[in-house]
Design a binder for this molecule. Structure first.
Ligand code: GTP
Length: 160
């Protein structure tokens, strides 16, 4: 069977763990070092019959927002927040809207990352708040919790 290529983007504020989630999924590696992504980096991974082209996009800061041109042509996105930084969770809706304004039919998954660093109870509360409309995954790029599920389920929704 020939593989179909599908672009997905990881979007979120700076330092939430976008690069780390991709490294865990693609290379099964994690590093405590923080090397901020500049621009965009693209990784590839086969999931079933889908060749995922995973765009790791420089995180949003107060001074720099995410360029719409990076989002064009994406069939899906993972919107990432950091469980330890509330302000990054408040941005999830804004990133979601931005992605959908460029790709109205795009598939979405939301990841609240760094679950290894925070109390289960606080996480459950965050889930209640953000989990109404989209599937939310509590992930840890460090332990690998829910990382495969996150990417695989999104990839699955892109078939067909
Ligand atoms: P930008 O490229 O600046 O947007 O950052 P990013 O979202 O790609 O974040 P990155 O993956 O570089 O991670 C930022 C820091 O958080 C690094 O020091 C990582 O080691 C750490 N980190 C990422 N994910 C996790 C996690 O799940 N658990 C823990 N404990 N640390 C994490």
């Amino acid at each position: 069977m020939t593989a179909i290529a599908r672009k997905i983007c990881l979007i979120g504020d700076f330092g939430v763990g976008k690069t780390s989630l991709i490294r865990q999924f693609v290379d099964r590696q994690f590093s405590d070092q923080y090397l901020s992504t500049v621009g965009v980096k693209i990784s590839k991974k086969m999931v079933e019959t889908v060749q995922l082209l995973i765009w790791d996009i420089e995180g949003q800061t107060k001074f720099k927002s995410i360029s719409s041109s990076y989002l064009q042509g994406a069939k899906g996105a993972i919107i990432v927040g950091d469980a330890t930084r509330r302000e990054t969770l408040e941005q999830l809706a804004i990133h979601t809207e931005h992605f959908l304004s460029v790709n109205p039919k795009g598939q979405l998954a939301i990841a609240i990352n760094k679950s290894d660093l925070i109390d289960r109870e606080i996480l459950e509360k965050a889930l209640e708040q953000y989990g109404q409309q989209y599937t939310i995954y509590l992930t840890s790029a460090k332990t690998g919790e829910n990382v495969d599920r996150l990417f695989q389920e999104l990839a699955h929704s892109l078939i067909g």
